[in-house]
Design a protein around this ligand. Sequence first.
Ligand SMILES: *[C@@H]1O[C@H](CO)[C@@H](O)[C@H](O)[C@H]1NC(C)=O
Ligand SMILES: *[C@@H]1O[C@H](CO)[C@@H](O)[C@H](O)[C@H]1NC(C)=O
Length: 133
Amino acid sequence: MMFGKLFAFAASAALALAAPASFIPIADDIILWSADIQSPNVFSVWPVGSTQTIKWDPSQVPQTAANHTGIVLLGYYEDDSENLDTQTPLVAGFQIADGQVDITVPNVTERNDYIVVLFGNSGNASPTFTIKQ
Ligand SMILES: *[C@@H]1O[C@H](CO)[C@@H](O)[C@H](O)[C@H]1NC(C)=O
Ligand SMILES: *[C@@H]1O[C@H](CO)[C@@H](O)[C@H](O)[C@H]1NC(C)=O
């Protein structure tokens, strides 16, 4: 599932919201990348406080992004728009080329329409999944 809005991520860890449906370069080494998130998926149920692994296909990461670090945000859908917690990333600073990263599920409200969005520099949303108390 493609993320509806384009987000940008700079190596400085600064997150910038970009205008929808247009690419706004924020760095010389911007990469366009849309690897699918394989986990979580629609069957995932994550208990609060548990450790979970977010996975994507590292073979889809372009060579130019081989050494890029990533950031993962938690969000959910509401009124057909994505609400992303940009203040508290689930995890940051991991190697995108690794294809996976472990996170601890924060104590958030129980919902069945959570998503995680993986940023190289453009955001890729996972399928919706559940976090339960
Ligand atoms: C990634 O880092 C390795 C080791 O430092 C280096 O050899 C390689 O050229 C780098 N790749 C890119 C695309 O920057
Ligand atoms: C999550 O937060 C709620 C409300 O503060 C609390 O009642 C609950 O015990 C917390 N759950 C965990 C697993 O920390």
